[in-house]
Write a protein that binds this ligand. Structure first.
Ligand SMILES: [Zn+2]
Length: 255
């Protein structure tokens, strides 16, 4: 089986349920995976691939927490035995609970996983253009900071998602990005009349830097979903029928 090219610092793992991508920098602190197209056990019922994913994360599928994603900046927090957050609709999950994992679903949108070097917390963030304009990853970092995990302790991995190579946007998208960040033109390359190429990887990397993460702590897979339909789903290429991939992460407890 060929192994597709991905940025340094990431590696593919072949599991019984299929291939996942992991970020080496996160491994000491968190079990985690970015799943790929068709991920899921074939030999047992495995809706959404959560049986296979749970096996890899070493917990029950019911212990993987998801939210209804709405392209906003709400953050749900999990702690041992309880849950904070006003809404079941959110686009980021922060977990201080090593007995559960958090997961977000994507198909072109950017999945971002965060882990604390001191193993207090992890986070999963879903950022398409709306979430990026709303600075959802900054919202997650701010919640962690408020709860005692400084941004300088965080490591981030930006997983497979649509690259600027394949992502043309129009003026309303550019306007929304600029409303949220005056420097948004850094992420936009003119691409014909009234259109731009949007670089969501740079946008979210810049937001993480602004939020206080160290540059060397931010890892970008640079793996474009629209260019890799063999192992990714792409909403842009396949439309609303596209499947979903997951970014999931579980804190490794301190020994
Ligand atoms: Zn591409």
């Amino acid at each position: 089986m060929t192994t597709p090219q991905v940025a340094r610092g990431f590696s593919w793992q072949e599991l019984p349920a299929g291939r996942v991508l992991v970020a080496e920098a996160l491994l000491p602190y968190a079990r985690h995976a970015f799943t790929t197209r068709g991920f899921g056990r074939r030999d047992v019922p495995d809706h959404d691939g959560f049986t296979g994913l749970a096996e890899f994360l070493e917990l029950d599928a019911a212990a993987i927490r998801r939210v209804r994603q709405v392209h906003g900046r709400e953050v749900v927090e999990l702690r041992s035995g309880r849950e904070d957050g006003t809404s079941q609709s959110a686009d980021a999950l922060v977990s201080f609970d090593a007995s559960r994992a958090v997961a977000i679903a994507v198909a072109d949108c950017v999945p971002i996983l965060l882990a604390d070097r001191r193993r207090r917390a992890v986070a999963a963030v879903h950022a398409g253009w709306r979430g990026t304009a709303a600075r959802v990853v900054v919202a997650a970092v701010d919640v962690l900071a408020r709860d005692g995990v400084p941004p300088s302790d965080l490591i981030a991995a930006i997983g497979p998602s649509i690259g600027s190579c394949c992502y043309q946007v129009d003026a309303p998208v550019r306007d929304a990005l600029i409303a949220g960040a005056p420097t948004a033109d850094d992420w936009l390359t003119p691409d014909g009349d009234g259109h731009w190429r949007l670089d969501l990887w740079s946008a979210n990397r810049d937001q993480l830097l602004t939020a206080g993460l160290e540059a060397e702590a931010i890892h970008v897979a640079r793996y474009c979903t629209a260019d890799h339909l063999d192992d990714c789903y792409s909403y842009r290429r396949e439309g609303a029928a596209a499947g979903r991939m997951f970014g999931a992460i579980r804190l490794r407890p301190n020994p």
